[in-house]
Design a binder for this molecule. Sequence first.
Ligand SMILES: NC(=O)c1ccc[n+]([C@@H]2O[C@H](COP(=O)([O-])OP(=O)(O)OC[C@H]3O[C@@H](n4cnc5c(N)ncnc54)[C@H](OP(=O)(O)O)[C@@H]3O)[C@@H](O)[C@H]2O)c1
Length: 308
Amino acid sequence: MTDLSTATRVKMHESGPEFSSVIWGSMRCEEQFSSVSELADHLRFLLDHGVTTLDTAPAYGIPHPYTVEEFLGKAIAEVGRDKFEIVTKLGIQRISPHREVNRVRHFDFSAKEIARSTDRSLEKLGIDQIDLILLHRPDYLMIPEETAGALDKIVAEGKVRHVGVSNFSPSRIALLKSKLKAPITTNQVEFSPLFLDPISNGTFDTALMEGHRPMIWSPVGGGRLLTSEEEHVTTIREKLAEIARTYDLDGPAEAAMSFVVRHPVGGVPIVGSGKRERVAGAIKAVNTDMDIQDWYDIITLTSPMLNL
Ligand SMILES: NC(=O)c1ccc[n+]([C@@H]2O[C@H](COP(=O)([O-])OP(=O)(O)OC[C@H]3O[C@@H](n4cnc5c(N)ncnc54)[C@H](OP(=O)(O)O)[C@@H]3O)[C@@H](O)[C@H]2O)c1
């Protein structure tokens, strides 16, 4: 019988990496935890439930971008680096006192920035190797040969084990792939009952054809699914609450998790909650099979545009 309280293991691509079936996202961790030891306790809780994969990015930080990696790195050091798979990203240039050179928000996939950002992430996280690094958001000025060459170089140097992308369209994936030696092992994208684009814009079709599992960000819409008073969100929330009851799940957030993983692309949700009971609820939901008709019940309600 399936143990509903523990995440399972999933391979993101035939070449790896292997991750937990629920990933924990650190984007909000400075708001959620007031000290390194509090965050370390949360990481221990995650490990107890099989959640070994952590998602972060240099650009995360509140109130100022570029501080989360260091905070997370200190907590990882308390618990033990070898217990986790660490995913970070590169390319977003935000306005911050920690990046005074940035005048406007922009994206940079130049070889120089890829090398510099990788080295900074290794240092801030306090680790020798990054398990997976992602191009965070498309840089429309990307020179494919240069970006691909720089990614292959950080793999060859042993600084990262695997590479991937985030928020990439199918054509952008094809373009990068045509120049890259290393496999693209994931595309990290937004997907939830409030944001259905990947099922109809080719993102999930491409993932299935290419053989990579997407990582799913904001599976409960960053909390909007639970807190928004907009009429269409309230309607979706009520439907999710009803479906949650039939599966003995905690509530609408958990029904949304089950919805997200029901798609055959095998997406792996990145749970952003800092609350233990919500992470535990998400694990149970990911281990619960949603009936085809419940899935379409949600789709029909959320997206009349799909012409069902
Ligand atoms: N690649 C990208 O471009 C990109 C973009 C955004 C995010 N990400 C990654 O994805 C991760 C997850 O994103 P996310 O944080 O937006 O995910 P999420 O899981 O959709 O949202 C988490 C937020 O929702 C709140 N929440 C969860 N369950 C709730 C409930 N039942 N009732 C009320 N509030 C609830 C949480 O508050 P509590 O903490 O109080 O539970 C938290 O503030 C991030 O940490 C980051 O690693 C990637």
